[in-house]
Ligand binder design. Sequence first.
Ligand code: SF4
Length: 500
Amino acid sequence: MNIQINGIHEEKFHRPLQLIGNLFFEEPTVSLEPIEDTDLIIDISIKEEEGSLKAHASLKGTKEEKELNASYSKAVQSGLTEKEYFRLQKNVLSHAYLTVLQNYTGIIQKWGILTGMRPTKLLHKSTQAGVSREEAHKSLMENYMITPEKVELMQSIVDTQLEVVPDLYDLGKEVSIYIGIPFCPTKCAYCTFPAFAMQGKQGRVDSFLAGLHYEMREMGKWLKENHIRITTVYYGGGTPTSISAEEMDVLYEEMYESFPDVENIREITVEAGRPDTITPEKLEVLKKWNIDRISINPQSYTQETLKAIGRHHTVEETIEKFHLARKMAMNNINMDLIIGLPNEGIEEFQHSLDETEKLMPESLTVHTLSFKRASEMTQNKDKYKVAPREEVQEMMSMAEKWTKEHAYKPYYLYRQKNILGNLENVGYSLANQESIYNIMIMEEVQTIIGIGCGAASKFVDPETGKITHFNNPKDPKSYNEGFQDYTQKKINILNDLFEK
Ligand code: SF4
């Protein structure tokens, strides 16, 4: 799909127009200059008149289609900064542009013009500022064109989060820790995480773990010296249970020795995503160190799908390992399902829900498949048949209905670019089993220190909320060569943030 925009020439508007175009079409080209093979031409104008900023969009298809028009205007407050004025321009422009595209395609965007990842942050912001619910909802619907249904979802998530973490807005002076272990037994086709197939690479694993222990010690030392508490710890990757039971044991011992006040950390989670990595010995180690929140990820309960996406384990193994984990005192198990996996439709997804019902994990995260650029699946899109937008939407509704009927409540959500059907990923949980780490990472209320391979650190200024990112390298070789340097750089950022 080639979309030519006439009347807007400033490059700064290109990105918002492109992002909205992506909501309607698969990989469209949106151009502010004339292009060949144009499918749609949209004339857009923005002008300020009598204290209002008005945008008008007029869409002409290249075929015999009738012209579609939409306008939107907003009052211009006095004394706006350049940035605020640009935001206003972007807002009126997006309204008019989205409306003509909705009319043209017949697709209603339930998130309106919002293309960001974390919609609930907006609602937290107004809650914190003391804005009434009514006002906040009105603003979300009017300013962003979010549908009442999604506003309701946002509100119920915000309510649950504040129940689970009543001091959510005061946690900026604590930190959470993410520990990235970049190995998996094999690499899944849709994966964009730092995950390296382990087989025959023990040397690489050994040197990676040496670096990881160093980072844990140094970070722990800094946290102790600065009297900073840890709210949550999350082991992700890769699959952190890919390493041996002995290696896990030494790693958790390191955590207890190095980190401050581990007994009072609110939650420690270990992803055990791939059932083929779970053994009684490893579960024993988790139990020994009081770690009882794990994630076992079926993704689907249809064997052909697992094969198609390169997960070398069986459906039976997922179920069997779930029961084993239960038997061995894992009392907070999360399971992930993915909507829109290759060759899957309503029937397969219903089967996954039926199987989930037999296990009733404490939390269930429902992802919608995202065609992320780097994944093998995107590069071979023709090989994989995926459900159409309407069917994906239907499956999402099935998940909503099913979770409601089984006493699960949504407690976090995030959106991704290139997500099928412009839907969202939602974490559901039974009462009081929510993952606090997931709330921390989504709502960006505190610093998350990333340790290990591919670990992304997000430094949140406790006073201003300003966010600084720092990424550790994704491949073990670069990590092994530079971990001391990365550790020091992060400590320097932490010193700036917390020693004010
Ligand atoms: S188990 Fe997860 S991290 Fe590992 S390859 Fe598959 S998707 Fe990637």
